[in-house]
Design a protein around this ligand. Structure first.
Ligand code: HEC
Ligand code: HEC
Length: 395
């Protein structure tokens, strides 16, 4: 990079807006014009000059520091219940009791939408196991979105977020719905400005992150910290499989489990795996199972393909966890299947045929009893919803 481009890039990063010193600004502008002709002669001067810009504009530096803001305070450890591995945390978002409480408040706050009617919990409702009961999500102005709302429970374990994996972390995910015009419709700068006007939030953010303005980075980190406490395990299946309680589930569910894991019968665990010590029921990968096709036999949602542009990803979605699945109907990315019985019947037919159909999908030869056993097994995956996850009590 030449010295000239250092100056030009500094300009493009908005230094002239950030410097309050008018004199310095004019100096920089004049200098930038002059440098074009003197760049070779004046190389050393330019290096010094670039240094001057960076030290004179403290605000630019401050902004960078702010982006790395971490919760202060004593780290809080979330205990994983029976059947689940340790909760993954990220190094740059240490969880504290205060950041979790703030995230919980934000999660339930309808002020994070443009007209004050929608919060994260409008769609990820604790009464519906942090999902909703609609085929497709309903957001601001009663607009229907393109996809079914997945549960936010156990989303901490997702390798990627969103059904097409377009967000790499819970922090990255949380900004999406706030700005999404079909969901909460509040652009990030408006969101930040709104919260900075609320003294209670300003104080609470300062308690969590130390002094400074509220930023999007701090908002999404708090929400993500709360989501990492939305862990649900210790289901009857977990007590049976990992807790040594052989009476925790009935004979039908036990038979259903055998069908689920048998490659020659249900073949379900190939994509919804059950491990030796814990079960996530998701391989974290994207598969086309042929759900969501129209009457012409065309895929209506390209899923993962939109992100990767890889042909094989057409109509592929990340395997969902099946924990609490009995509580989160309707099913599939488009909410097209109403009951677990319908889902099992769908798999019986090997999914809808299409060029990208996963090679693990094939018609199943299960008897009526087998199918009802499978449903009983899926019903045994309903776990406990953690305490302190509902709407916070208003002061
Ligand atoms: C209007 C309904 C709606 C609102 C409001 C909403 N979500 Fe969602 N959420 C969805 C839908 C639909 C998806 C799946 C979208 C997709 O895959 O394209 C989703 C996906 C997610 C996921 C990823 C889950 C997974 O399995 O990949 C998380 C986490 C999440 N939302 C958290 C939040 C948070 C936090 C908020 C508030 C800041 C929020 N949601 C607001 C409907 C909503
Ligand atoms: C090839 C991998 C694969 C196999 C095999 C498979 N699944 Fe799935 N499963 C998925 C994917 C991917 C989805 C999401 C599809 C979508 O949204 O379009 C899904 C969705 C589901 C859902 C709906 C979850 C929800 O929240 O909407 C249930 C229930 C389910 N599978 C159960 C089963 C059962 C039972 C079997 C065995 C009979 C099975 N799966 C076999 C990959 C698989």
């Amino acid at each position: 990079m030449s010295n000239l481009s250092i100056i030009r890039d500094s300009y493009e990063f908005g230094i002239e807006i950030m410097c309050t010193n008018d004199h310095l600004r004019r100096l920089i502008q004049r200098q930038a014009i002059r440098t074009a002709s003197t760049i070779r002669r004046d190389g050393i001067f330019l290096i010094l000059f670039a240094g001057l810009i960076l030290t004179a504009c403290g605000k630019q530096k401050y902004k960078a520091e702010e982006d790395k803001a971490q919760p202060i305070g004593i780290p809080y450890e979330v205990k994983a219940p029976a059947g689940l591995p340790p909760v993954p945390v990220t190094a740059d978002n240490r969880m504290t009791a205060e950041s979790i409480a703030l995230g919980r408040r934000l999660f339930y706050d309808t002020n994070l939408s443009s007209d004050g009617t929608i919060s994260c919990a409008s769609c990820h409702n604790p009464e519906n196991y942090f999902s909703d009961s609609w085929p497709k999500a309903i957001g601001i102005d009663a607009q229907t979105g393109p996809r079914n709302t997945p549960t936010a429970l156990n989303s901490a374990y997702n390798v990627t977020q969103f059904l097409d994996g377009r967000a790499g972390s819970l922090e990255e995910q949380a900004g999406g719905p706030i700005a999404n015009p079909l969901e909460m419709n509040l652009p990030h700068d408006a969101c930040v400005a709104k919260l900075n006007q609320d003294q209670k939030y300003v104080d609470e953010f300062a308690r969590v992150f130390g002094p400074g303005r509220i930023t999007m980075n701090k908002i999404v980190k708090s929400i993500a910290a709360f989501e990492r406490t939305l862990i649900s395990g210790n289901s009857p299946f977990d007590r049976y499989q990992y807790g040594g309680r052989k009476d925790a589930i009935g004979a039908e569910a036990i038979r259903g489990l055998a069908i689920f894991t048998d490659r020659n019968r249900g073949n379900c665990a190939t994509c919804h795996p059950i491990g030796d010590k814990f079960a996530l029921f998701s391989d974290g990968k994207f598969h086309n199972v042929g759900a969501g096709m129209n009457s012409e036999g065309e895929l209506t949602d390209m899923g993962r393909f939109v992100q990767t542009k890889v042909e094989a990803d057409r109509g592929a979605f990340r395997t969902p966890s099946l924990r609490n699945v009995a509580k989160t109907a309707p099913y599939m990315h488009d909410g097209s299947l109403k009951t677990l019985k319908e889902v099992v019947d769908f798999y019986m037919g090997g999914g809808n045929s299409n060029p990208q159909l996963d090679k693990e999908m094939r018609p199943l030869g299960l008897s009526a009893r087998d199918r009802s056993d499978l449903v009983k097994f899926l019903e045994s995956l309903t776990g406990e919803v953690p305490a302190n996850s509902g709407p916070p009590v208003k002061e």
